[in-house]
Ligand binder design. Structure first.
Ligand SMILES: [Zn+2]
Length: 110
């Protein structure tokens, strides 16, 4: 299960500029390609996936009721948890977790 690219493009405030002018004022878009390390059954019997997200360990846990729990382990940097309620399917939950992790790892806005 590969092929994910999570990216966020800056937008707004660039109307009327030529593409090269836009490129000059925008930061390069950041994208991350999460890698699936393992899919397994968690202690409580739910499917669970371990991803490598931008060098960090990311665990995604899929509850049978559609709730999705995520845990990002950044080592010395710290760790964080995230939850999504009532996802229609695993794919939707996965995408929302990836976007959360992307924002979290973006660093301070300058
Ligand atoms: Zn569970």
């Amino acid at each position: 299960m590969t092929g994910y690219v999570v990216g966020r493009f800056h937008s707004g405030g660039v109307a009327g500029l030529r593409p090269n002018e836009v490129a000059a004022i925008l930061k390069p878009p950041r994208s991350v390609r999460p890698e699936l390390v393992e899919r397994r059954i968690g202690d409580c019997g739910c499917p669970e996936e371990q991803w490598l997200f931008d060098t960090l360990d990311l665990i995604i846990h899929f509850e049978p009721n559609g709730d999705v729990d995520a845990h990002l382990d950044g080592g010395d940097w710290g760790e964080a948890d995230f939850g999504v309620k009532n996802c229609p399917d695993e794919e939707e939950g996965r995408q929302r977790v990836f976007l959360w992790a992307l924002r979290l790892t973006e660093g301070p806005v300058t």
